[in-house]
Design a protein around this ligand. Structure first.
Ligand SMILES: [Zn+2]
Length: 321
């Protein structure tokens, strides 16, 4: 009876020592990761929606590109993963469809579903209103959400980042932080680069960190830009999970172990489009988690700015089988 407890404590300690938290499958048996076979590299391509955000203008594209570039530089420096940004996409559809080619899409929803969707619309029950009405369906407490689709081994198949541009204070400037009662586009509200950098961490397999100084901390106060810069632990995650010349690491395996998840759907090596455009697993994708809420990580009253508040950054997982 003591042994399992001791083992659990050791595992927790190991995770804590690593300084980062990994996303896992529902049964916790596997960690989410892009499949990379030993001896090869894999390419993952993210694309921005060409629609942008009419309120913020074209500066959003550069802000998102800077977020992507931060992770791409880290991946190139120490890992088998190669991250790219593709051309802008006309798609407004998130989620994984086994019947089509899937993009890793980054888009801003500028309309609140509460306003756009008629009462009783079937999309409410089906939880498809976001795609059906091109609207933000997750309420005011969330600033962004990354939808992760993976197979039973934890191999990622598709990731899409949705940004709340409907009920938020998205901004692009570097400084100064907005203050209560004085929010406008010339100060930092919910910084877009800050937001997308966090979400792309989820798209690589990172979970939320309990460290408030981490890029992967679940909460982003008004005026924050610190998540733009990858914290050391999140950078180390990339090196540890995608080691050069070795298979990407499942959490159940020791260093350097062969990874049965690699080479699965999406395939290793990644030609144009890489794993994100790989062949689909037959079957039905289902939602396995509703992600976190504003309560995740704690919404400390002391951090609240009157009328603005902090806002949560989340991920939602969909399993394909
Ligand atoms: Zn998050």
């Amino acid at each position: 009876m003591t042994l399992p407890l001791a083992l659990a404590a050791q595992l927790l300690l190991a995770q804590s020592d690593a300084g980062y938290v990994r996303e896992r499958t529902e049964d916790a048996a596997h960690c989410l990761r892009w499949p990379v076979a030993a001896g090869s590299t894999a390419q993952v391509t993210f694309v921005q929606s060409s629609a942008g955000d009419y309120k913020l203008g074209n500066g959003i594209f550069d802000a998102v590109s800077r977020s992507e570039a931060s992770w791409a530089a880290q991946a190139s420096s120490c890992s088998s993963l190669r991250l790219f940004e593709g051309g802008h996409s006309p798609s407004r559809i998130t989620g994984y469809d086994p019947g089509r080619s899937n993009e890793n899409l980054i888009l801003i929803r500028t309309v609140d579903c509460m306003r756009a969707v008629p009462a009783g619309d079937p999309c409410i029950t089906a939880q498809t209103c976001g795609n059906v009405y091109d609207c933000w369906s997750y309420g005011a407490a969330l600033l962004a959400l990354t939808l992760l689709t993976f197979d039973e081994t934890g191999a990622l198949l598709d990731t899409d980042v949705e940004i709340n541009g409907a009920i938020s204070y998205l901004s692009l400037v570097d400084a100064p932080p907005c203050t209560a009662g004085n929010v406008n586009p010339s100060c930092v509200g919910n910084d877009l680069q800050n937001t997308v950098t966090h979400e792309l961490g989820h798209a690589l397999g990172l979970g939320h960190s309990p460290d408030p100084s981490s890029t992967m901390f679940a909460i982003a106060p008004i005026g924050e830009t610190s998540k733009r810069v990858l914290d050391p632990a999140s950078k180390q995650f990339v090196c540890d999970v995608y080691p050069p010349a070795l298979a990407s690491r499942d959490c159940s395996l020791p260093d350097g172990g062969a990874d049965p998840g690699s080479g699965g759907p999406g395939g290793p090596g990644g030609g144009p489009g890489g794993p994100s455009n790989g062949p689909a697993s037959p079957g039905i994708a289902r939602t396995s988690s509703s992600g976190c809420t504003a309560a995740d990580g704690g919404t400390a009253p002391g951090l609240l700015l009157a009328g603005l508040g902090v806002i949560a950054l989340a991920r939602r997982r969909t399993r394909s089988r």
